[in-house]
Design a protein around this ligand. Structure first.
Ligand code: NAD
Length: 284
């Protein structure tokens, strides 16, 4: 069994991002990322903090707009409009989830698709589904990079995606389909999850339930991508897979932490640099 080491690969990608930033800076461009954080959810604040730190290390300028839970949708839209018009900002990221009174779709659709480094705008979603260039959501993008690093080609493989959210499961399924895998997508209403997972050569699970995938649900030599992040009462992080038992049967597995999580941050930085490289040239 081989551990798919996301920490190691993310380090390599982040070093490369740093070099790309240095090249851009020679042309007087410093990539910029604006992050919008609404409310005081500690997990969201921690993610934003990690992203800002990673930007700083890579030489990317980051600007965090912290807003109270009670902020109106109009005020958030105003900030997005400002960031859309700020030529020093290449990426705009809205930390999800947003408070219930805010229409998440309206917010995501307000972001200029050319600055949508999270890849959640329907424009980018559509382009990626059509197999065209577009911002790819960082988490599934990171998974594909990790597979590539270990020479795992999903072409012709049976891939079972467990979890069908817009930010994890659906784009994961799209990328696997684009890579010519045969894809099944399971979710909360799937009857008999085990029937589907047992048939899979690759399982990508992103649900948020500890030990959802057990060893009797997978076939020998399966490849396991655990996207879930759950915090145990002890404070320890764990994924959605019963790692100790499943790792006895699989050929490859991502650990949590140290698997997909670090890749997500690395791909966000890469998307931001890609956006900076495509900055419109201002004449005058
Ligand atoms: P979500 O709540 O939006 O979606 C969860 C999905 O799981 C839904 O499609 C739901 O139908 C499905 N589901 C729920 N119960 C199920 C069950 N019993 N069987 C099968 N499917 C079930 O969550 P999300 O934002 O997609 O996040 C999912 C997990 O991935 C969370 O643990 C989150 O922390 C993690 N996550 C990790 C990263 C990373 O970088 N590694 C990034 C984003 C999210």
């Amino acid at each position: 069994m081989t551990i798919l080491d996301g920490k190691k690969l993310s380090h390599k990608i982040r070093e490369n991002v740093k070099l790309e930033v240095q090249k851009l800076q020679k042309n007087n461009i410093t990539p910029g990322l604006a992050v919008i954080l609404v409310g005081s959810d500690p997990a969201s604040a921690a993610y934003v903090n990690m992203k800002s730190k990673a930007c700083k290390e890579a030489g990317i300028y980051s600007m965090v707009h912290e807003m109270p839970e009670s902020i109106s949708q109009e005020n958030i839209l105003e900030i997005i409009e400002m960031m859309n018009n700020n030529s020093n900002i290449d990426g705009i990221l809205v930390q999800l989830p947003l408070p219930k009174h805010v229409d998440t779709t309206a917010i995501l659709e307000a972001i200029n698709p050319n600055k949508d480094v999270d890849g959640f705008h329907p424009y980018n979603v559509g382009r990626v589904v059509a197999g065209l260039d577009g911002f790819i959501p960082a988490t599934p993008y990171g998974v594909m990079k990790l597979l590539e690093e270990y020479d795992i080609n999903p072409k012709g493989k049976n891939v079972c995606i467990v979890g069908a959210s817009n930010i994890v499961g659906k784009p994961m399924a799209t990328l696997m389909l684009n890579a010519n895998a045969t894809v099944e997508i399971c979710h909360i209403f799937t009857d008999d999850l085990k029937k589907h997972t047992l048939n899979a050569d690759i399982i990508c699970v992103g649900v948020g339930i500890v030990n959802l995938i057990k060893d009797d649900m997978v076939k020998d030599d399966v490849i396991i991508i655990d996207i879930g992040i759950n915090r145990l009462e002890s404070g320890k992080l764990t994924g959605d897979v019963d790692f100790n038992a499943v790792s006895q049967k699989c050929s490859y597995i991502t650990p949590v932490p140290g698997g997909v999580g670090p890749m997500t941050i690395a791909m966000l930085l890469e998307n931001t640099v890609t956006s900076a490289k495509n900055r419109p040239i201002v004449k005058g």
